[in-house]
Design a protein around this ligand. Structure first.
Ligand SMILES: NC(=O)C1=CN([C@@H]2O[C@H](COP(=O)(O)OP(=O)(O)OC[C@H]3O[C@@H](n4cnc5c(N)ncnc54)[C@H](O)[C@@H]3O)[C@@H](O)[C@H]2O)[C@@H](O)CC1
Ligand SMILES: [K+]
Length: 485
């Protein structure tokens, strides 16, 4: 089962892997033609009713696979207004052939067959698919009514036009028109809303490589961009809790969170290091905690700071000195928001009873310290991480040459990044990045996207600096790494 937004991500990831959208459209069209052959003998009249997006494009391809039928293609709208290059190219390919095509610009002119021709035996509804917004407009609405009134077998491409593939509900107001399909041929995987329809659903394999789903890719970034109308605070506020023996770690995490899109980042750290943290960047807001180590005495203060933000990044540079574990345990017990837990704070997580939603970011060694298991076979390792995440009830991002991201439900792998990133501090950059992302999306996606973009930033830094990569190279490269292309 794959929801529409995830399908769009997987589609973009497939393109990045070298299987472009036009190739998928060819397979989709072929699958639509197979469905036609399953319901009608050669020679039957087939009307393909096409919209101007890629849903229509799928049927424009299908027309080329249906030579043995009496095919008629209806394009709803002018060819110049076809919305995608690949659909337009497939229209042009048809226009050069003998397939009868007709364009409908006025709903009053819409007819499924010419007055002297036979009514169609099969209608392919390729008006609208996953790109639909709102109820059917004209001429789609008139066309849908005509399709519903006909006696033909109706095959919907991807989803019946006027139906939301994620919910199975009408996209328009209650009582609005949608195509009533006998059959639906959908692509790659089932869609959540199709099961509730009174139609036979076929899922067609269109050659999307499994890696497009299994590995992170540029598609995972789709829809994460900032809303241009957003206000300060809408893109997330992050509190980094760290420092003591180390100053660089909380600073790197905080700078990364800012570069990954957070509006406001505060650092709560022992006052002994507050000046040094602040000295790194005037963009950071520092909240000093009395003393030179965090401890139980600071729980109340940190909890009140945490109450005002979207996510907490807990751990960078805390060390494992006296009182640190107690602080982490007491804070997490009381906290019920979202947090990224890294470094020395990790080992506390398995023993703590918390309502917080955590993303834990261990490397292999830290995973084992937490009680998790690892394996050399990547598939086995992924499954072990998924099981451990399910046991913990939290999201895990286990760092390695291939990162494993898992919660109880799913696993994603990330293979961006390079050996140069084993230098100190890159983990802090990752924790801060995931912290910023977890303020605007769910923990699993935040972890997957965080691993992907930090690896990408590291790859860009390695290209520029070769073996001399240092963690401070990474935050400034995050904005570029977060572009969805
Ligand atoms: N990964 C994918 O996303 C895949 C997509 N494929 C096909 O591509 C389709 C999605 O294509 P598109 O994203 O181009 O979208 P559609 O073809 O569903 O819609 C295209 C356009 O229709 C217009 N429109 C929106 N709402 C409307 C309404 N209520 N009334 C009238 N017009 C309206 C909009 O201008 C929109 O851009 C899928 O349903 C599927 O058929 C498949 O070929 C396989 C893979
Ligand atoms: K459709």
């Amino acid at each position: 089962m794959i929801p529409t937004d995830r399908m769009a991500a997987v589609d973009a990831n497939a393109a990045a892997l070298g299987v472009p959208r036009k190739q998928l459209m060819e397979s989709s069209g072929n699958a639509v033609a197979r469905e036609v052959r399953a319901v009608a003998e050669p020679g039957a009249a087939v009307a393909l009713v096409c919209g101007r997006g890629n849903n229509g494009g799928d049927a424009l391809v299908a027309a080329r696979f249906l030579d043995e039928y009496d095919v008629a293609v209806h394009l709803l709208g002018r060819p110049e207004t076809i919305r995608t290059d690949i659909a337009r190219e497939n229209w042009a390919a048809l226009a050069n052939t003998d397939v009868p095509t007709e364009t409908v610009t006025d709903s009053r002119d819409f007819a499924l067959a010419a007055p002297d021709a036979d009514a169609p035996d099969v209608i392919v509804d390729a008006m609208l698919g996953s790109g639909i917004a709102g109820g059917l407009r004209e001429p789609e609405q008139t066309a849908a009514a005509a399709i519903n009134a006909s006696d033909a077998t109706v095959i919907a491409v991807d989803v019946p036009s006027g139906i939301d593939a994620d919910t199975g509900d009408l996209t328009g107001e209650s009582g609005s028109t949608a195509v009533e399909a006998d059959r639906v041929v959908t692509f790659h995987d089932e869609k959540p809303g199709l099961g509730s329809l009174d139609a036979a659903v076929t899922v067609a394999d269109i050659g999307i490589p499994a890696a497009a789903e299994r590995y992170t890719g540029p598609g995972d970034l789709l829809g994460l961009g900032r809303d241009p109308d957003s206000h300060k605070g809408d893109n997330g506020e992050v509190l980094v809790v760290g420092g003591g023996p180390y100053t660089g770690a909380p600073t790197l995490a905080a700078l990364a969170a800012l570069r990954a899109g957070a509006d406001l980042v505060r650092v709560a750290c022992p006052e002994s290091v507050a000046g040094a943290v602040q000295g790194f960047s005037p963009n950071l807001i520092v909240r000093p905690l009395p003393g030179d180590r965090v401890g139980s005495a600071h729980v109340e203060r940190v909890a009140s700071l945490a109450a005002g933000v979207d996510t907490v990044v807990l751990g960078p540079g805390l060390g494992d000195g006296d009182g640190v574990r107690e602080f982490v345990a007491e804070f997490l017990t009381a906290y019920d928001g979202r947090a990224v837990v890294d470094a020395d704070a990790l080992r506390v997580v398995p023993g703590v009873d918390t309502d917080a939603e955590l993303v834990c970011t261990p490397h292999q060694g830290e995973l084992v310290d937490m009680g998790g298991e690892t394996a050399s076979d990547p598939d086995e390792r992924a499954e072990l991480v998924r099981e451990f995440a399910a046991d913990l009830g939290h999201t895990l991002l286990v760092k390695g040459a291939v990162d494993v991201i898992a919660d109880g439900d799913g696993v994603r792998l990330n293979r961006t990044g390079n050996p140069g990133m084993t230098v100190g501090g890159t983990g802090d950059v990752l924790a801060g990045t995931v912290g910023a992302l977890a303020a605007v999306t769910d923990p699993f996606r935040a972890a997957a996207v965080g691993a992907y973009v930090v690896g990408r930033a590291g790859d860009a830094a390695a290209e520029a600096n070769g073996a001399g990569l240092v963690a401070t190279d990474l935050p400034d490269r995050l904005p570029e790494a977060m572009r969805d292309e």
